[in-house]
Design a binder for this molecule. Structure first.
Ligand SMILES: [Zn+2]
Length: 440
C-alpha cells in the first residue's frame, strides 16, 4: 500500500494516554511517516525530524481537532440495506418475522455492497475500524481491504445438515485465520461467529468453545441482550447466559460480548475476570425496546466496555458520535448522578478500548509509534463555538458531519470531505438496487 509522509500543523490534539486518561494539546504538530505516527507534540522541528528531507504533505490544522479514529465494536455491516425497512418492532418479532426471511435472499454481491455501504458511512463519521458479524465473510473481508478499512470479521465455521444439526468446519476457520489474521495490510482480524446462546442446539456450544480455544481464535457473540433471553436461559439451564457460556467453555480467548443489557453481579464478575470486551449498543437496545444496559455498573465492576452501533437495521445509523453522546446521557440519567461517565471516559471507550477489543492494540491513541489511524474534526462552525473543553465538545456538541478527514494506517480514506478509496456515487446506486432486491 502506498503511503507518504504527513504533517498536521497547529491543530488541537485530543487523545487518550496509555491508561485512558484524555490529554489535550493546543497548537500541536503531528507527523505521520508511512503507516505510523512519528511525532505528536508542540515542536514543529521534532515533527519534521525523521522525514530526513523527504517530501511531506501539509495539513492546516487551524480550527481543527485531531483525534484517534473511532472503533465500532459491534455490528452487522451489510444490514445497512435493511435501513428504515422494519421499524417499531420488538427484537424477536423484528429478527424472526422480518430479518431472517429477507436474509434468505442474500448473495455475495448484495453482502459486498451492503458491507461497503456500512464502511463508507463509518468512514464519514470518524470510524476507522469495526467488528462485523454476518454471512459471506470472505466478501466482507474483501470489502474492507478494498476500502483500506480495519475490520474484525467473524467466520461462521459450521454447516447446517439436512437433519437440522450442525457440522463444525474447523479447517475453514483455520484457513481464514491463516489467510487474513496475518494479512500483510494489517487491516484484518478474524473471530469465530457464535450468534448467541439461544440459536443453536445445546451440543454445539461446547464444540464451538473448544474450537475457539484450540485455534486461539477470538469470538464474537451476543450476550444477555433481552430479558427474554435471560429468562429462557435460566429456565433451560438453571443459570444466566454469562454463567452458562462460561460452563460451555467460552471466554477463554478474546471475546466481544455484544449488548450485556441485563447483567447481575455474578455475570459482571465472570466477564470482568475474562478477556472480554463488552460492546455497549445503547441506540439499538432502546430502539428495539430491549432496555438500558447499566454502563456505570459495568465500569465500576472493572469491565472493559467499548461502543457499538449494532446493524443499521436496528439503529438506524452507524454513527459513533451519536452513540457516545447517548451512552453518556443514559449513564448519568440512570444513576441520577451527572458525575457518572465523563466525556473523556466515553471517548476512551470509543477509541483506545474499542481498538484493543478489535485486536488493534497499537491503535486508538495519537502517540509516537502508534498506528496512524486518526481523524480531523472541524471546529469552525456555530455548534462548536466557543469550543470550551474540546473533549466535552466532541462528546456533547459535535456530530459526524464535522468529520473532515479520516486516515487509517497512514492513508486518507476521507480527505476534506471526499472519500478516497470508495466510488461513492456508484456505491449508492448499487446499494439502492441491492435493497430493492432484498426488501421486495
Ligand atoms: Zn447484533
Amino acid at each position: 500500500m502506498k503511503t507518504q509522509n504527513h504533517l498536521f500543523e497547529d491543530i488541537i490534539l485530543v487523545t487518550p494516554d496509555k491508561n485512558g486518561r484524555i490529554t489535550t494539546t493546543d497548537h500541536a504538530y503531528v507527523s505521520v511517516r508511512g503507516n505510523t505516527i512519528h511525532y505528536a507534540g508542540q515542536s514543529f522541528e521534532m515533527a519534521i525530524d525523521g522525514f530526513n528531507g523527504a517530501a511531506y504533505e501539509r495539513y492546516d490544522g487551524r480550527n481543527r481537532m485531531l483525534l484517534p479514529a473511532l472503533a465500532n465494536i459491534h455490528g452487522h455491516l451489510a444490514m445497512t440495506l435493511f435501513r428504515n425497512q422494519a421499524d417499531d418492532r420488538n427484537l424477536h418479532d423484528w429478527l424472526f418475522n422480518v430479518i431472517f426471511p429477507r436474509e434468505e435472499r442474500l448473495d455475495e454481491t448484495i453482502v459486498y455492497t451492503g458491507t461497503l455501504l456500512g464502511i463508507a458511512e463509518m468512514i464519514r463519521s470518524g470510524t476507522g475500524a469495526a467488528a462485523d458479524m454476518y454471512y459471506y465473510d470472505e466478501v466482507v473481508a474483501q470489502a474492507a481491504l478494498a476500502a483500506g478499512f480495519r475490520l474484525n470479521f467473524s467466520c461462521d465455521a459450521k454447516k447446517l445438515r439436512p437433519d437440522g444439526q450442525y457440522d463444525l468446519l474447523p479447517q475453514l476457520l483455520a484457513d481464514r485465520m491463516k489467510q487474513y489474521a496475518g494479512h500483510p495490510s494489517d487491516l484484518l482480524r478474524v473471530s469465530l461467529l457464535v450468534h448467541s446462546i439461544y440459536l443453536y442446539e445445546d451440543a454445539l456450544y461446547p464444540e464451538l468453545a473448544a474450537l475457539a480455544e484450540t485455534l486461539n481464535c477470538p469470538v464474537q457473540i451476543h450476550v444477555s441482550e433481552t430479558i427474554q433471553e435471560v429468562s429462557e436461559c435460566v429456565e433451560k439451564y438453571g443459570c444466566r447466559p454469562p454463567q452458562q457460556l462460561e460452563k460451555f467453555g467460552f471466554f477463554r480467548t478474546p471475546t466481544l460480548a455484544a449488548h450485556c443489557t441485563f447483567l447481575d453481579d455474578d455475570d459482571r464478575s465472570i466477564l470482568a475476570k475474562s478477556p472480554v470486551v463488552v460492546a455497549h449498543n445503547p441506540s439499538s437496545n432502546l430502539k428495539l425496546g430491549s432496555g438500558i444496559a447499566d454502563l456505570a455498573a459495568m465500569i465500576d465492576a472493572g469491565l472493559n466496555v467499548g461502543l457499538g452501533t449494532d446493524g443499521a437495521g436496528s439503529n438506524n445509523n452507524l454513527d459513533l458520535y451519536r452513540e457516545m453522546r447517548l451512552a453518556a446521557l443514559l449513564a448519568k440519567g440512570t444513576a441520577g448522578d451527572a458525575a457518572k461517565l465523563s466525556a473523556g471516559q466515553l471517548l476512551d471507550m470509543a477509541s483506545r478500548i474499542g481498538m484493543a477489543g478489535l485486536g488493534f492494540a497499537n491503535s486508538g491513541r495519537i502517540t509516537a509509534g502508534a498506528d496512524a489511524d486518526l481523524q480531523i474534526m472541524r471546529c469552525d462552525v456555530p455548534s462548536m463555538t466557543p469550543l470550551g473543553d474540546p473533549v466535552a465538545a466532541l462528546v456533547y456538541s459535535s456530530d459526524a458531519s464535522l468529520v473532515e478527514s479520516l486516515m487509517v494506517q497512514g492513508r486518507f480514506l476521507l480527505y476534506k470531505g471526499e472519500l478516497r478509496t470508495i466510488d461513492e456515487e456508484k456505491l449508492l446506486a448499487e446499494a439502492r438496487q441491492a435493497a430493492k432486491r432484498l426488501n421486495a
